[in-house]
Ligand binder design. Structure first.
Ligand code: GCU
Length: 591
């Protein structure tokens, strides 16, 4: 009997558990695509009935005897891309499975492979096409795709995606975050058509430590030895390489290039072609490295005038996904006088990083290894590793992205150190040209006015991120005036978070919590304190805009919003916005 149950379980799990996503196709926006965005039928399935009931078959009652207890076409609709929480009042707090279905018609083309690509889906997603399982993906903020060449029909098709944002202890992030757990197909869904032999991914950047040599690789979507040409006509570059039997080729060649920087965000049209495939990519070339406590951009010391932000849609709320959202958010950062943005605590949409390329904003990109997670669980490490891999694979050609961040405010313990050490090695293996960092918040108090960041994690980082909330969670804003900061390493420091909460329009004394005056006062004292830190190479105060959080419950003040924004969720600029803007403008004018 026991063996039978085991077998059944294995069988049923086999029926559901299928392949992982295929290798990520890079640069979807410059490929032939058919958008599946728009309204999808959706079944809210709190008890996940749909798995056993096989909702993925999208069945229809055939006769009056048949029992079927779901019908997509009679179900409600949800817009894609978008979270479900802000689309339906009754789903605001909903965490669990939702089944999405989209019917579409398709015309097959000769010598063409077809993939279905998801920009992101939070959190655990199972995808089916015409009732057949394609695969599963874990992680709410990175892209994935499945090949459907042999499964897509001429004419009518339907895709079903079960998206489940239930929080789990062993997940990444784990069960507690200070941001809203927006669920759904939160970024674009596309069919992608490519030739039988196509360019799947490529890495075209300046060689580490060089400003006049390009080094990179190209990976074909099939294991074939084939010629690939890399062309940058504006720089009179045309290089041809031949892939090996696995479809991969590496290259390195001299290049005389105009370098990308915030003051001069120069981008080149890079064309990669192979066989009948040809893809345009827009790439800036710059070097980023450290020297002692300095960060060098194109060999020159640079101070990172930054701000942290969540991927929350301005004005409407919910998960930001549109170009317009990106323009509004990065527009405010630009207005602040920033040359740097910390995109927290998960990879934001490709719209953001490509816009940052064009606007000349350096980017800190982070995976959601946030607070305490299941450090000793190999599946959790595998999950974090694959999110890291997907983050790097999507944005490794973005000049704006200068930091890969492994984590935020994680507890000091040995299992965590081992976990993050492995991720640091992995990140360097995947991309040796960018700086590895993490936001840390555990400091030693070696005196009433002395704090030392000595977290062992610092050993594995190129740049130390420090989150400190002096004057908000601890002490008074004025305490900053006496505070001395010391660091366990001779490495650049970015104060990746400090801040105070204030609903827009709440006014009063500068020592009265929750007033704009208090927030502005804290910024004054923080800026004065940070100026005295010799190793300070940048900062990204917390936070650009007020954002939804399930942990912020003070009625009339928070109302499920973290109010540490310099801009309200309605776009209103608080006093502290101008305190920081003044400091950044002064800094920019004196450099
Ligand atoms: C933390 C954390 C943020 C959080 C912020 C806050 O440091 O990194 O995610 O929102 O502090 O408390 O407001």
């Amino acid at each position: 009997m026991r063996r039978l149950i085991l077998l059944l379980l294995t069988f049923t799990s086999l029926a559901y558990a299928v392949a992982n996503p295929s290798l990520l196709i890079n640069n979807i926006s410059n490929r032939t695509t058919i958008s599946l965005d728009g309204s999808w039928q959706a079944i809210i399935d709190p008890y996940e009935t749909g798995l056993n009931a096989r909702f993925y078959l999208n069945a229809k009652v055939k006769d009056k005897h048949e029992l079927l207890e779901y019908d997509f076409d009679k179900s409600d609709v949800l817009n894609v891309p978008g979270d479900w929480n802000l689309q339906k009042k009754e789903l605001f707090f909903y965490e669990g499975p939702v089944w999405y279905k989209k019917s579409f018609s398709y015309r097959k083309r000769e010598h063409t492979r077809v993939f279905i690509h998801f920009g992101a889906a939070n959190y655990y997603t199972r995808v089916y096409l015409n009732g057949e399982a394609l695969g599963e993906h874990e992680g709410g903020f990175t892209p994935f795709n499945f090949e459907v060449t042999d499964k897509i029909h001429e004419g009518d098709n339907f895709v079903v995606a079960e998206v489940n944002n239930a929080r789990r202890r062993d997940a990444v992030p784990s069960v507690s975050t200070d941001w809203w757990n927006y669920g759904g197909l939160t970024r674009d869904v596309n069919l992608v058509e490519v030739p039988e032999s196509f360019i799947q991914d490529y890495f075209v950047q300046l060689a580490k430590g060089s400003s006049n040599e390009i080094s990179g690789w190209v990976q074909l979507g099939s294991a074939a030895a084939q010629q690939v040409t890399v062309e940058i006509s504006e720089a009179a570059i045309r290089q041809t390489v031949t892939t090996d039997a696995t479809g991969r080729a590496e290259f390195r060649f001299p290049a005389k290039l105009d370098l990308w920087s915030p003051d001069h965000p120069k981008l080149y049209d890079v064309v990669l072609s192979s066989g009948s495939d040809k893809i345009h990519e827009t790439i800036g070339f710059r070097t980023i490295e450290t020297r002692g406590t300095q960060i060098l951009l194109n060999g020159k010391p640079v101070f990172l005038r930054g701000i942290s932000l969540h991927e929350e849609a301005p004005l409407s709320g919910g998960r930001a996904s549109t170009q317009k959202d990106a323009e509004t958010l990065l527009g405010w950062a630009h207005e602040l006088g920033c040359n740097f943005v910390r995109l927290t605590h998960y990879p934001h949409s490709e719209n953001m990083t490509r816009l940052a390329d064009r606007m000349g904003l350096m980017v800190w990109s982070e995976i959601p290894v946030y607070w305490d997670i299941d450090w000793e669980n190999p599946a959790t490490l595998q999950n974090a590793d694959s999110q890291l891999h997907e983050m790097i694979a999507r944005d490794h050609n973005r000049a704006s992205v200068v930091f890969w961040s492994l984590s935020n405010e994680t507890p000091v313990k040995s299992a965590r150190l081992t976990f993050l050490h492995q991720l640091a090695d992995r990140a360097r293996q995947l991309d040796s040209t960018r700086l590895i960092t993490s936001a840390m918040n555990h400091v030693d108090e070696t005196g009433p006015d002395t704090r030392v960041l000595n977290d062992a994690l610092g050993e594995y980082l190129d740049v130390l991120g420090l989150n400190e909330y002096l004057g908000w969670y601890r002490g008074l804003p004025e305490d900053a005036d006496r505070m001395q900061w010391k660091f366990g390493w001779d490495k650049p420091v970015i104060v990746s978070e400090f801040g105070a909460g204030a609903p827009y329009g709440r006014h009063g004394a500068s020592d009265e919590r929750w007033t704009e005056e208090c927030q502005a006062n804290l910024y004054q004292h923080q800026i004065a304190m940070l100026k005295k830190i010799p190793a300070l190479a940048g900062m990204s105060p917390w936070v650009l805009m007020d954002f939804h959080s399930p942990r912020r419950l003070l009625p009339g003040t928070q109302d499920y919003f973290n109010r540490k924004g310099l801009v309200s969720n309605h776009g209103e600029h608080k006093q502290a916005f101008y305190v920081l803007q003044k400091y950044y403008q002064e800094m920019d004018s004196t450099k």
